[in-house]
Write a protein that binds this ligand. Structure first.
Ligand code: FMN
Length: 228
């Protein structure tokens, strides 16, 4: 009889679907390596922001993006809904995915990290200053094309129109959203994580550590997510 593989949870908040695309590619890699994969989405239910984020495209893209500046600088948290599967499951690996909002983790994912659900899910070695448990394994950043200004204009154009356009305010802009290379980046990131939990040369049942790999908690220096 075949042994059950390690269990991985891919948990993300995604407004325009970019973090979800990364999670989708990673899920494929984990499945191919015999992991039992569970994907879940954090919902942003805070009444102060539901009107803003319950629609796409945004009604007033510049105003709406700038509205999040102060709460993000203050590292504020808000109301979220976390699917039951997160509270119910036991996982060998937890991957958190977050968009960058004002240089840091988006409010919904930060709120999750401060929640009882996170404390239970990530219980174990202290991490993130003791707010949540978990043993940090690895992280990855995914970037858009263009430098700071042009990628910002491309983003606002996309958030305002829901379309990838060639110009915004008369300026030539690169395509917004993840570059095609993201798929290979996501695959190689997932392979790295999988290898850490269940090295291909060893018995997957030996994996026991709770591991967190994600793009959150890390300061970003540019609008094009200028990470690796
Ligand atoms: C309120 C807000 C603030 C943002 N701040 C940044 C930022 O500081 N740096 C950056 O590179 N991208 C920033 N972005 C762009 C998002 O990180 C980017 O669109 C992301 O890929 C969206 O992921 P999602 O589709 O999973 O929500 C911001 C987007 C929003 C809506």
């Amino acid at each position: 009889m075949s042994r059950p593989g390690p269990r991985v949870l891919l948990l993300s908040y995604s407004y325009t679907g970019q973090s979800a695309r990364v999670a989708g590619v990673m899920a494929g890699v984990f499945r191919a390596r015999g992991f039992e994969v569970q994907s879940a989405a954090i919902e942003f239910t805070d009444p102060r922001y539901t009107k803003l984020f319950s629609r796409f495209p945004l009604r007033h893209a510049y105003l709406d993006v700038f509205r999040m500046l102060v709460p993000q600088l203050r590292r504020a948290t808000g109301e979220i809904h976390v699917p039951e599967i997160v509270a119910e499951g036991e996982y060998d690996l937890v991957c958190l995915g977050s968009p960058t909002w004002w240089l840091t983790t988006s409010m919904p994912v930060r709120s999750f990290l401060h929640s009882d659900d996170a404390a239970r899910l990530l219980a174990g070695t202290r991490w993130l200053g003791g707010d949540a448990g978990g043993v940090w394994q690895d992280g990855a950043h995914f970037t858009f094309a263009g430098g700071q200004l042009r990628s910002f204009l491309a983003l606002v154009s996309y958030l305002a129109s829901g379309e990838t356009r060639k110009r915004h305010l008369g300026v030539r802009i690169p395509p917004s959203n993840l570059r095609p290379v993201f798929e290979e980046q996501a695959r190689s990131f997932a392979r790295r994580l999988a290898e850490g939990v269940a090295p291909t040369s060893s018995d997957p049942r030996d994996a026991s550590a709770v591991t967190v790999g994600d793009a959150q908690g890390t300061r970003q220096s540019s609008w094009d997510h200028g990470g690796k």
